[in-house]
Design a binder for this molecule. Structure first.
Ligand SMILES: *[C@@H]1O[C@H](CO)[C@@H](O)[C@H](O)[C@H]1NC(C)=O
Ligand SMILES: *[C@@H]1O[C@H](CO)[C@@H](O)[C@H](O)[C@H]1NC(C)=O
Ligand SMILES: *[C@@H]1O[C@H](CO)[C@@H](O)[C@H](O)[C@H]1NC(C)=O
Ligand SMILES: *[C@@H]1O[C@H](CO)[C@@H](O)[C@H](O)[C@H]1NC(C)=O
Ligand SMILES: *[C@@H]1O[C@H](CO)[C@@H](O)[C@H](O)[C@H]1NC(C)=O
Ligand SMILES: *[C@@H]1O[C@H](CO)[C@@H](O)[C@H](O)[C@H]1NC(C)=O
Ligand SMILES: [Cu+2]
Length: 571
């Protein structure tokens, strides 16, 4: 069309195009961050311990950006003897699959003394996170928030209003080192990581010093003082709540203040009210609360409690402080949360989380491929593992992205893992007769642009009458959550019950004890993407798979992601 226009018209078009480009360029900023990763002595829960920090802090700095911005993080590894890699959790990395930060999948680890620059676009507004993705390093303190504001005047503006905002990053914390934990998990017999010593809110908790090794605990440190969230009576606040726990499923509440859930994993949801929020590792939510307490003379607790496992950790606390009320802790004991084994309460929240009516993105009506994944606890040579369809996942030494792009066929198992399991006969309530399994680092290759359903089926563990919640996180995509159930998934029955009308899009979803969860995504983001249980110990023990799609569409990889494992073809 432009070719047939007279010269003047063509110039006008060019000018219009340039103006558009320029105005977009004005809005979209490039935000530079310089991060030095190092070990420091920290006392997040008043007990001194070595922590992996960013510029001396744990949690690290919050990245604040506006939709469309480019974030550039220059990471210098000053850990002396330890590698590092940082994952940008919930950022899809469209066009930058090498910046996902998943060691063994999208990059070689960053060596001590080396610098690696992550550059990516934050294309959606919402609440996201970052954390280490190398070994069990996440539990050592490398984590933080990414908060992306909606582009002003854009169609992704919030469908809700509020007067002020507070950010809450939830975590669990051990005094053991991650090396002690990882070695324990790989030992025979296993030394399980156990329940956390403390629950942290914005990196702070309170351990009872009389139970700590003498000389390591100081309850008067400001570093471990309960965080205070200030509110003005009558105002409405948005609380962004994110969980990066290594193990714990949490029940979060703000004493005496019902919460209206409005966002989940960066997507607006149909508002619903809860007294307490169930939140799993890898998930984020925004809730609105009204600062409308009846008693103007007091403050209120923010409380985080372990659920889904029998708790052995005191409540994590912070203070909601009303303007005009005296400073200091609330007069009541902190709320103990829901019963830890009230699975139906948590299940109901899952089901209640659907897309906001004005922000429904309908899923494709049907899938091109369905992968059923049975998750079981297993054994290999006496070591306890987790497996999907009887395959326990291990990471290759050469990142898949590099291996596949460079045709290094010997870098990983070329046999794809199984698509399904014996779903008609497998008894999800029984202890397996033969828990022996095998390891593999094979992956699922997805046809580019195809629609993929994944159904996660939970089952009994090695102990009788025991099944746990697993929060599954997909890299590189958001998925539609089509349905949940308790019991055995039946492919002939349950797909008919899927929510195809207004399912929420998420990047992390729970599969409840003895339950199933069905999700759908479009394999339209060229790259190699991990999909795994976000419990640090479970992924370490094999609870994950990897998807590849459109690898041939990736023009060239940055050399900085290479340099480990195989670098030449052959075997
Ligand atoms: C963690 O440390 C405690 C105290 O030293 C020890 O009893 C426990 O066995 C350790 N846990 C692991 C998994 O090594
Ligand atoms: C700390 O532990 C000691 C000894 O077990 C106990 O007497 C005390 O009440 C505890 N303090 C708190 C604040 O829980
Ligand atoms: C929940 O656990 C408690 C013990 O902590 C037990 O008494 C109760 O029966 C359990 N409830 C259910 C529904 O399993
Ligand atoms: C499971 O593997 C162990 C070796 O690690 C072996 O001794 C045992 O016989 C196997 N069990 C079955 C049922 O095959
Ligand atoms: C896993 O494989 C073993 C034998 O290799 C078999 O006995 C067992 O039933 C399988 N388990 C599942 C869940 O398929
Ligand atoms: C497991 O539950 C069943 C009933 O659901 C019961 O008969 C059995 O005794 C339980 N086993 C254990 C070890 O608790
Ligand atoms: Cu898990």
């Amino acid at each position: 069309m432009a070719a047939s226009l007279p010269g003047a018209g063509r110039r006008l078009l060019c000018c219009l195009f340039l103006c558009l480009l320029l105005s977009a360029a004005v809005r979209a900023a490039t935000l530079h961050h310089e991060w030095e990763i190092s070990y420091q002595f920290k006392s997040p829960d008043c007990v001194r311990k070595l922590a992996v920090t960013i510029n001396g802090q744990t949690p690290g700095p919050t990245i604040r950006a506006t939709q469309g911005d480019t974030v550039v993080v220059r990471v210098s590894n000053s850990l002396l003897t330890e590698n590092v890699a940082i994952h940008w959790h919930g950022i899809r990395q469209i066009g930058t699959p090498w910046a996902d930060g998943t060691e063994g999948v999208t990059q070689c680890p960053i060596l001590p003394g080396d610098v690696f620059t992550y550059t990516f676009v934050v294309d959606r507004p919402g609440t996201y996170m970052y954390h280490a993705h190398y070994g069990m390093q996440r539990s050592a303190g490398l984590n933080g928030l990414i908060i992306v504001a909606a582009a002003p005047g854009g169609r992704d503006a919030e469908p809700f209003a509020y007067d002020g905002e507070h950010d809450v990053l939830l975590n669990d914390w051990w005094h053991n080192s991650t090396y002690e934990q990882a070695t324990g998990l790989a030992s025979v017999p296993i030394r399980w990581v156990g329940e956390p010593h403390s629950l942290l809110i914005n990196g702070r908790g309170t351990f009872n010093c009389s139970a700590a090794v003498a000389g390591t605990c100081d309850a008067t440190l400001s570093e471990c003082a309960a965080p205070v969230f200030d509110v003005v009576p009558g105002k409405t606040y948005r609380f962004r709540i994110a969980s990066l726990t290594s193990l714990s499923a949490l029940n979060f509440e703000i004493e005496g203040h019902p919460m209206t859930v409005v966002e989940a994993d960066g997507h607006y949801v149909k508002p619903f009210v809860v007294d307490s929020l169930s939140i799993y590792s890898g998930e984020t939510y925004s809730v609105l609360i009204k600062a409308d307490h009846q008693d103007p003379t007091r403050n209120y607790w923010l409380a985080s409690n372990v659920v889904s496992r029998q708790p052995g950790t005191p409540t994590g606390t912070a203070v909601l402080s009303y303007l005009g009320a005296p400073r200091g802790p609330p007069p009541t004991p902190p709320p103990a949360g829901r019963a830890w084994n009230d699975t139906m309460y948590r299940f109901q929240q899952s089901v209640a989380t659907v897309a906001h009516p004005a922000h429904v993105e309908p899923p494709p009506p049907r899938a091109d491929r369905t992968i059923l994944l049975l998750n079981t606890q297993n054994k290999i040579d006496g070591r306890i593992k987790w497996a999907l369809n009887n395959v326990s996942f291990t990471l290759p030494h050469t990142p898949y992205l590099v291996a596949m792009k460079n045709g290094l066929l010997g870098a990983f198992d070329q046999r794809p893992p199984p698509e399904t399991y014996a779903h008609q006969t497998y008894d999800i309530y029984a202890v397996q007769k033969n828990p022996n399994t095998t390891t593999s680092n094979g992956l699922y290759r997805l046809r580019f642009g195809s629609v993929v359903d994944v159904v996660l089926q939970n089952a009994n563990m090695l102990d009788a009458n025991k099944s746990e919640t697993h929060p599954w996180h997909l890299h590189g995509h958001d998925f539609w959550v089509l349905g949940y159930g308790i019991g055995r998934f039946d492919p002939a029955v349950h797909p008919a019950t899927y929510n195809l009308r207004d399912p929420v899009l998420k990047n992390t979803v729970a599969v409840h004890p003895y339950g199933w969860t069905a999700l759908r995504f479009k394999a339209d983001n060229p790259g190699v993407w991990a999909f795994h249980c976000h419990i640090e110990a479970h992924f370490f023990m094999g609870m994950g798979v990897v998807f590849e799609e459109g690898i041939e569409r990736i023009a060239e990889l940055p050399p900085e992601i290479m340099g480990c494992g195989k670098t030449k073809g052959g075997h």
